[in-house]
Ligand binder design. Structure first.
Ligand SMILES: *[C@@H]1O[C@H](CO)[C@@H](O)[C@H](O)[C@H]1NC(C)=O
Ligand SMILES: *[C@@H]1O[C@H](CO)[C@@H](O)[C@H](O)[C@H]1NC(C)=O
Ligand SMILES: *[C@@H]1O[C@H](CO)[C@@H](O)[C@H](O)[C@H]1NC(C)=O
Ligand SMILES: *[C@@H]1O[C@H](CO)[C@@H](O)[C@H](O)[C@H]1NC(C)=O
Ligand SMILES: *[C@@H]1O[C@H](CO)[C@@H](O)[C@H](O)[C@H]1NC(C)=O
Ligand SMILES: *[C@@H]1O[C@H](CO)[C@@H](O)[C@H](O)[C@H]1NC(C)=O
Ligand SMILES: *[C@@H]1O[C@H](CO)[C@@H](O)[C@H](O)[C@H]1NC(C)=O
Ligand SMILES: *[C@@H]1O[C@H](CO)[C@@H](O)[C@H](O)[C@H]1NC(C)=O
Ligand SMILES: *[C@@H]1O[C@H](CO)[C@@H](O)[C@H](O)[C@H]1NC(C)=O
Ligand SMILES: *[C@@H]1O[C@H](CO)[C@@H](O)[C@H](O)[C@H]1NC(C)=O
Ligand SMILES: [Cu+2]
Length: 382
């Protein structure tokens, strides 16, 4: 049974049908193959350092965390001061007492949006920078790290992530009139307005305040006005959770074919990121626009919604599964230039390039974050 009675009470009040997740049998089998291949890899003496499959942290799907683990995770937001921060320098005019180290992570993502993401062009940096970002954030929470793997695609609003109960990441926003969401930088695939769009009034993040952005908002409400991301702009966290996008671009079938039909890193990362000019969100973009809202639908400010970290956990897991199907040739595979859309044109990235996270973490070379069981990392997925 997936839910304790504690969760069932509010759930039953909200919905008439129990949540029935779609099967994840295919990707779970690929993950099991990944573990098996890693065990052989380790037995052959290929893993440096002290990390083993036995002592590695296991990242689990959100619905498989215990209620205590979930509460621990959600009650850790926002983390309080880590010491040195960007505060005075980066947010002139802000009420400094209101700025937390959570905003340092958010600011760093805003600051690097154009150098860590890539879309039409190929770029491994979305995988790399994002995972160092997620890992570092996990260290800040000193906590469990979940991911969105229990296929919320078919019915996200009723999934354990979004059901709005005490052990969810809060539910949808309340309904607020809005237009369709232009998630892609093209006039294709405007996501039909869903049943949310307003502030979140249920679950652990009810009445949360987002401080920065939006920089490139997509939630089509007249009162949402963008700024350059360095302005203190407190407002409620909004979502418009949508199965429209998830059932088209981030299904179990989409993740399975992504992993099994793309043997080189160039096609793998391109397929994961979709083809925006063709109206294809890819599993990465689809995860973001399953959440949508403000700031979730803003490529710059999306980490301002706590569910960002679970989505990027699942993106990391998908990459990890892919790498571990053929460790020798995929572990250090990298492709792509260092600018979004390769615009302006730039050189190819290399394993010696450095990832920067500002005040949040030390600089680190890409080659040191390619494996989840070497360097600073010691975790696997189930
Ligand atoms: C692991 O050790 C090998 C051999 O010493 C070295 O070439 C490789 O760079 C090391 N990898 C990491 C991630 O430390
Ligand atoms: C989360 O659990 C860890 C130990 O597992 C504990 O140190 C930490 O204080 C907990 N955090 C919260 C917010 O409950
Ligand atoms: C990002 O941060 C660097 C270092 O603080 C700063 O020089 C740069 O202007 C920032 N860029 C953006 C787009 O905020
Ligand atoms: C939807 O778009 C139309 C046309 O641009 C605009 O007039 C209207 O105000 C928008 N609705 C909302 C709720 O923002
Ligand atoms: C959350 O906001 C709503 C609407 O403004 C308000 O009615 C409610 O009291 C608030 N709840 C908390 C816990 O602040
Ligand atoms: C952002 O906008 C504010 C207000 O318009 C301005 O003071 C600040 O210099 C801008 N920052 C950057 C990095 O453009
Ligand atoms: C994603 O999967 C769905 C069915 O699960 C399928 O209809 C759709 O064509 C797939 N999308 C892509 C881009 O492959
Ligand atoms: C993306 O789609 C466009 C339009 O359909 C097409 O011309 C282009 O080749 C596609 N890009 C890739 C990398 O497949
Ligand atoms: C960058 O990588 C691509 C794909 O691997 C390759 O075709 C291209 O020649 C590389 N560019 C440079 C300047 O090395
Ligand atoms: C997660 O929970 C489901 C449903 O209870 C179970 O079938 C599955 O084995 C669990 N997965 C892990 C990794 O524990
Ligand atoms: Cu992302």
């Amino acid at each position: 049974m997936r839910f304790s009675s504690v969760v069932w009470v509010p759930l039953l009040a909200l919905s008439t049908a129990a949540y029935t997740p779609a099967s994840t049998a295919n990707t779970d089998q690929l993950a099991a193959d990944a573990i098996s291949n890693l065990a052989t890899w380790a037995a052959d003496g290929n893993i440096n350092g002290t990390c083993t499959l036995e002592n590695a942290a296991v990242r689990k799907e959100w619905g498989n965390l215990t209620e205590t683990e979930r509460s621990n995770y959600t009650s850790s937001f926002p983390v309080q001061s880590l010491g040195e921060s960007l505060k005075a320098f980066e947010y002139p005019g802000a009420t400094l007492a209101d700025i937390t180290s959570y905003d340092d992570f958010l600011y760093q993502h805003i600051n690097q949006t154009l150098t860590i993401h890539n879309t039409a062009c190929y770029n491994t940096f979305i995988l790399l920078s994002q995972i160092w970002f997620v890992y570092t954030y996990e260290q800040a929470l000193r906590d469990e790290c979940g991911y969105t793997g229990y296929q919320p695609a078919a019915d996200p609003v009723n999934s354990p992530i979004f059901d709005g109960g005490d052990y969810s990441l809060s539910g949808n926003g309340v309904y607020e009139a809005h237009n369709c969401t232009e998630g892609l930088p093209s006039d294709l695939s405007c996501i039909p307005a869903g049943s949310g769009g307003g502030c979140i009034y249920s679950g652990p993040f009810k009445n949360s305040t987002v401080h920065l952005g939006p920089v490139s908002p997509t939630l089509a409400e007249s009162e949402i006005v963008s700024n350059n991301g360095t302005i203190y702009n407190p407002r409620c966290l909004k979502r418009d959770v949508s199965s429209w996008v998830s059932t088209r671009w981030s299904t179990e079938e989409n993740s399975t074919t992504l992993i099994t039909e793309n043997s080189d890193i160039y096609s793998f990362q391109n397929t994961m990121q979709g083809n925006f000019t063709a109206g294809n969100y890819g599993v990465h973009g689809a995860g973001h626009f399953t959440i949508g809202g403000d700031p979730g639908g803003d490529i710059y400010t999306s980490p301002g919604d706590p569910v960002f970290w679970l989505h990027h956990g699942q993106i990391d897991r998908t990459w990890w599964i892919w790498q571990n199907q053929d460790i020798a040739s995929r572990q250090n595979a990298i492709s792509g230039t260092i600018t979004m859309y390769n615009s302006p044109a730039s050189r190819n990235g290399t394993l010696d390039d450095i990832l920067y996270l500002g005040v949040n973490a030390d600089d680190i070379a890409i080659k040191d974050v390619m494996s989840t069981v070497e360097g600073p990392f010691c975790y696997i997925y189930m």
